[in-house]
Design a protein around this ligand. Structure first.
Ligand code: PGA
Length: 250
């Protein structure tokens, strides 16, 4: 880990209901304790729960984000869609963009770029997901794929201060498989180098995501150059989420 704040982002995906909010208070309590003041906890529940989350996290430093927004901002005849402006209205502070599960549903790098520009316009912080498939990984194409995703998704973005990059190898998401630390460390170093050269930013936050859980966190937390984790499955269980935070910050 780096010496900065450590991010723990919970991506609830299409899970969670009103009753699951009860357990969030345990996380809120944790966030208030001095020992964990360095933990930056961000919840990304489904759209339907965002407002409730922002209400219950009002008096603590747990932040709330969405899992996506539409490629057009404001309002309009787009049945079923939600814009960055609407997210801002319900006090979301973050939005995940480019998750591989959204890419599978049709999001291209170009579309992600549009969403990202609007999200920034609304003053939302963006958690930009990038990652390679197992096929690409086996062909040693990982860096090429990641550079391509970054250069398109961040096209015309002048300032990366409001962007967190989440490296999520697709083959790690929900599979229980994680990359070897040594490889991850090298990859993050190469990403930082590339981002510095192309976007003139030497301080970008880079997170790891993909099967992070209480069992493997003791290994993952040893990665020297990352700023935290994007946690899917394990974030839906507050005990597991708390365990991950506690094991990381000892
Ligand atoms: P996972 O999901 O932790 O369940 O692998 C991570 C993600 O999809 O962001």
């Amino acid at each position: 880990m780096t010496n900065d704040k450590i991010y723990f982002i919970g991506n609830w995906k299409m899970y969670g209901d009103l009753s699951s909010l009860r357990n969030v208070k345990n996380i809120i309590n944790l966030s208030k304790s001095k020992k964990y003041k360095n933990a930056k906890i961000i919840y990304c529940p489904p759209f339907t729960l965002i407002e409730r989350f922002t209400e219950i996290t009002k008096k603590c430093n747990v932040a709330v984000g969405a899992q996506d927004c539409f490629k057009i901002n404001g309002t309009g005849p787009y049945t079923g869609e939600i814009s960055a402006k609407m997210l801002k209205q319900i006090k979301a502070q973050y939005v995940i963009l480019g998750h591989s599960e959204r890419r599978n549903l049709g999001d291209t790098n170009k579309i992600i770029n549009k969403k990202l520009i609007y999200a920034l316009e609304e003053n939302l912080k963006v958690i930009l997901c990038i990652g390679e498939s197992i096929k690409e990984n086996k062909k040693n194409l990982t860096m090429k794929v990641l550079k391509n995703q970054l250069s398109y998704c961040l096209s015309n973005v002048k300032n990366l201060n409001k962007i967190l990059i989440a490296y999520e190898p697709i083959w790690s998401i929900g599979t229980g498989k994680i990359p070897v630390n040594k490889n991850l460390e090298k990859l993050v170093m190469l990403l930082r180098k590339y981002i510095n050269k192309k976007f003139k930013n030497n301080n970008v936050k880079i997170l790891y995501g993909g099967s992070v859980n209480p069992k493997n966190i003791n290994i993952l937390k040893k990665i020297k150059n990352i700023n935290g984790f994007l946690i899917g499955g394990a974030s839906q269980d507050h005990k597991k989420f708390i365990d991950i935070v506690k094991k990381t910050i000892t």
